[in-house]
Write a protein of this length. Structure first.
Length: 379
């Protein structure tokens, strides 16, 4: 089978991690799969701005709107280009409503927690509403004053003074339910024992609290025969439960083995996925995918790291693991498993990029390109 994969190189360390990661993905496929990838590059970011005058050309959005698989490196946002965030712009334009991040421990990495091997979970984060809606106004601006005046005069928000910055946190049943539905389907498909709804509904009762309520209602309505709740456990059924966000941070530190799938609002999911990544080796080993109902857009979860760009110091692990996620998605689990096993073997051997060397006792630092060669050899 042949599959077209659209790819965006990215800014900063993007070109370096691609040069190290893509040969590993292709080699894993040659060793164990009947799948061939046709890579088609799309312009975006600084390269696109220099070539076309736009950091996000229409041709790129048009191609992605018709695609079903894509990958990207990290993207910065050029100053003065008129887009708050290229990543957010892509997610909104393509309705990539589910940010999915699997987090697991790789043997050999020193961790700040005592039992990182107990971390093995997937975070499903809503990707279109909450703070990602981007509805906010600067303090003292006409827009902020108008919004605050409406809140005070029409809705009785008497505690507002009138000079604050102001933002709106929209959350709809539609967006929350489709995120929870995708998380439920994942948990059921893989035979996992629990799904935890993470929210701050004790304070924000009509937004975060609604996320929790809508999640339970969806499970009862669409998955009644397959799910149960923590208060009424049933053997063989997926348990749906919820946790307040701050308590959940304690849970993932003390008892991560109790949680396999998390479904979270945008900001809570952002915090939790990064915190969990820190427990198992950092963002250099944290893959992710943003999904709509038609497109799976895999991306390295770290930033552009401009301070080390072009210096052969970046860690290509996140992009390699994105490739493994993509191969699972495309029905090549054997090749995906080879990448994960080769990466773990490489880390355990101790010749790793400098970010990992700081966390691996007795490790010898090496460059991005050399680490890619090491992982490739361990396939």
């Amino acid at each position: 089978m042949r599959k077209t994969v659209y790819w965006i190189e990215g800014d900063g360390v993007g070109p370096e991690i691609w040069r190290a990661a893509r040969p590993v993905i292709d080699a894993a496929l040659r060793l164990e799969s009947g799948l061939t990838l046709d890579w088609t590059e799309l312009p975006a970011g600084e390269k696109a701005l220099a070539e076309t005058g736009s950091p996000l050309p229409e041709e790129t959005l048009r191609a992605l709107s018709q695609a079903d698989v894509a990958m990207k490196g990290p993207l910065g946002t050029p100053v003065g280009a008129g887009i708050r965030s290229l990543n957010v712009a892509l997610r909104q334009a393509l309705d990539l409503y589910a940010c999915i991040r699997p987090i697991r421990y790789f043997r050999g990495v020193e961790s700040p927690v005592r039992h990182p091997e107990r971390v093995d979970m997937v975070v499903f984060r809503e990707n279109t509403e909450d703070v990602y809606a981007g509805i906010e106004y600067a303090a003292g601006s006409p827009e902020a004053r108008k919004l605050i005046a409406f809140l005070r005069e029409e809705l009785g928000a008497a505690s507002l003074r009138g000079d604050e910055a102001a933002g709106v946190k929209p959350m709809s049943e539609y967006a929350c339910a489709r995120l929870v539905r995708r998380a439920l389907l994942h948990a059921l498909k893989h035979g996992l024992e629990s799904l935890t709804l993470v929210h701050k509904g004790n304070i924000m009762k009509y937004t975060e609290g609604a996320f929790c309520r809508w999640g339970y209602e969806l499970a009862a309505r669409e998955f009644a025969g397959q799910t149960c709740t923590e208060g009424s456990p049933e053997p063989g059924k997926l348990m749906i439960r919820d946790r307040i966000a701050d308590a959940m941070f304690q849970e993932v530190l003390l008892h991560p083995e109790r949680h396999r799938v998390l479904a979270a609002t945008n900001l809570n999911g952002d915090y939790l996925s990064d915190a969990l990544a820190a427990q198992v080796g950092g963002l250099g080993l944290a893959p992710g995918v943003n999904m709509s109902d038609s497109l799976a857009f895999f991306e390295a979860t770290h930033g552009t790291a401009p301070d080390i760009a072009g210096r052969d110091r970046a860690n290509p692990g996140s992009l390699m693991l994105c490739g493994a996620m993509m191969l699972d998605h495309l029905g090549a689990p054997g090749a995906a498993g080879r990448i994960r096993a080769a990466l773990e073997k490489s880390i355990a051997a101790g010749t790793v990029t400098e970010d990992l060397a700081a966390q691996v006792p007795g490790a010898k630092p090496t460059g991005c390109a050399a680490f890619g060669d090491i992982v490739g050899a361990n396939l």
